[in-house]
Write a protein that binds this ligand. Structure first.
Ligand SMILES: *[C@@H]1O[C@H](CO)[C@@H](O)[C@H](O)[C@H]1NC(C)=O
Ligand SMILES: *[C@@H]1O[C@H](CO)[C@@H](O)[C@H](O)[C@H]1NC(C)=O
Length: 509
């Protein structure tokens, strides 16, 4: 594949034309060797004090690259990284490297590993084989690696994991198997991995997690299962061995529902990612035992309703993402126990109204209610003493009371009300947003006189705004008043007049 390329070594003036022997440039630095194939146009990339030398990577007549016996010409390396388009490994490639602790062979074209390959490097602690074309490990592949702590074989073509292949890795703490083609994992495959803390099985073809699969891995803390197809297959008990799990990733899994109790054996759970599934509803009590839960991502589901009191036991909840669902409202007492709640995303639902004071128990700092159906934001909904950022763009807001953000600390710093139906803001609106730093206003049928008043305040207070598209005349900025008044003079009750503005504006967009 690279016979016709010309290779050159930096620092030395060697130029290799065509290939009898193809060279990979290695930078040796103390106990480290990093080797990369340099193409001519990449030569300027690196300049180093370290010794430059070569790892021998031979090209074959068929165009492939072999990592031969004793490939690295200096010994006693602790760290070797080789990304040299290698597709064949000779069994004794690292025979002279028995000190090797970290081996990075990621981003090559390795599809098979010779049996006993690792027998020469038994001290290995970190092995990275990600981004290769590796197919199926056998009992003879990894058996010598009994000091291994981190194994990364992600982004390969693995389609089966035989019983016993990891059995010698008693010290293994991290296992990255993501982005392969694994359809199922038999009970027992991980049984001797008592020290496992991180397992990444995301983006495989799994349909279920066999009950008991992780029973022997009681130290597991981070579990990545996203991107599999657990359609209806997460029965009660699936997560029962996750007693110490802190983060659970179940994004993109086509999950429709959960049985009550499925998270009950995860008392340490802090982060739960359920983004982009097909969840329509979940039972009351589903999070009751996850008492430490802080971050819950339920965005991109099909939720039409959130049960009342569902967060009454998750009192530490800090961040809740419910965006892109089908919600029309939320229960008024939903957040009565979640006083740590800081971030709430309700964007892209169908909410027209929320119960006043429903956030009074929280310390919200960010709320996103954009792309909903609000016609106003009533006072006593968002005048929260900590609320710094409000995203309310793309609703149907036609009126905002002067007291919408009235709170004694003036916390509001960012307000987005673009693409609504606003014609004016009351005279005292800006008295309550003394710390505003940015306000996005365009895309509303503003009365031109009223908008002028707003712009004067924004400029005067150095409040920033985006005007792209508007000042170039591409989009209408405001509606010229019908009457000849030079004062911005409306009240909320001028309903007919206001909707007239909206119509005029709409005709122009
Ligand atoms: C393995 O190598 C890949 C690509 O070089 C890198 O992105 C990944 O973080 C490495 N894995 C580990 C566990 O360090
Ligand atoms: C809320 O969610 C939407 C859609 O999922 C996302 O685009 C937006 O950035 C989020 N808002 C904030 C403030 O994080």
């Amino acid at each position: 594949m690279k016979n016709n390329l010309i290779w050159k070594l930096i620092g030395t003036i060697l130029v290799f034309v065509k290939s009898v022997q193809l060279e990979c440039v290695c930078i040796q630095n103390k106990q480290q060797a990093n080797c990369i194939l340099y193409r001519l146009n990449e030569i300027s990339v690196r300049n180093t004090q370290g010794t430059k030398t070569v790892a021998i990577v031979t090209t074959r007549t068929d165009g492939g690259c072999t990592l031969p016996e004793n490939a690295i010409s200096f010994d006693k390396m602790e760290h070797v990284a080789l990304s040299c388009e290698i597709d064949i490994l000779k069994v004794n490639a690292f025979k002279n490297q028995e000190e090797l602790k970290n081996l990075d062979l990621s981003e090559n074209f390795i599809s098979t590993i010779p049996n006993d390959f690792f027998a020469n490097i038994p001290r290995l602690e970190n092995l990275n084989l990600s981004h290769n074309t590796f197919q199926n490990p056998t009992l003879d592949t990894f058996y010598a690696l009994n000091n291994l702590k981190v194994l990364d074989i992600s982004f390969n073509s693995i389609s089966s994991l035989g019983l016993g292949i990891f059995d010698e890795m008693m010290k293994l703490e991290e296992l990255h198997l993501n982005n392969n083609k694994i359809p199922k994992i038999e009970l027992g495959v991980f049984d001797l991995l008592h020290n496992l803390k991180i397992i990444d099985l995301s983006y495989n073809h799994l349909h279920e997690i066999v009950l008991g699969l992780f029973d022997q891995s009681q130290k597991l803390a981070d579990v990545y299962l996203s991107g599999n197809y657990f359609v209806g297959n997460l029965p009660l008990g699936t997560f029962d061995s996750f007693k110490n799990v802190i983060t659970l990733h179940l994004k993109d899994c086509q999950i429709e529902k959960f049985p009550l109790g499925v998270f009950d054996q995860m008392p340490k759970l802090i982060y739960l990612d359920l983004n982009n599934n097909k969840i329509k509803k979940f039972p009351l009590g589903i999070f009751d035992e996850a008492k430490d839960l802080k971050i819950l991502d339920l965005a991109n589901n099909a939720l039409a309703k959130i049960p009342d009191y569902v967060f009454d036991q998750t009192t530490k909840l800090e961040s809740l993402d419910l965006s892109r669902n089908k919600l029309q409202t939320l229960p008024g007492l939903l957040f009565q126990q979640t006083e740590s709640l800081k971030y709430l995303n309700l964007s892209k639902n169908s909410i027209a109204k929320l119960q006043k004071k429903m956030f009074q128990w929280t310390y919200l700092t960010v709320i996103d209610i954009s792309y909903n159906k609000f016609i106003t934001i009533e006072p006593d909904l968002l005048n929260i003493e900590t609320l710094a950022r409000v995203y309310a763009q793309n609703n149907r807001i036609n009126y905002l009371d002067d007291l919408t953000f009235a709170s004694s600390n003036f916390p509001l710093q960012y307000l987005d009300i673009r693409n609504n139906r606003l014609v004016f803001l009351g005279e005292h609106f800006f008295d309550w947003v003394k710390n505003l730093k940015r306000m996005e206003v365009f895309g509303n049928p503003w009365d031109c006189t009223c908008l002028e008043d707003i712009m004067i305040i924004l400029t005067h207070r150095s409040i920033r705004y985006t005007s792209t598209g508007y000042y170039e005349g591409k989009l209408p900025i405001c509606v010229v008043p019908q009457t000849n008044s030079d004062k911005c003079d409306f009240t909320a009750t001028d309903k007919n007049i206001l909707s007239n503005y909206y119509q005029l504006y709409n005709e122009r967009t």
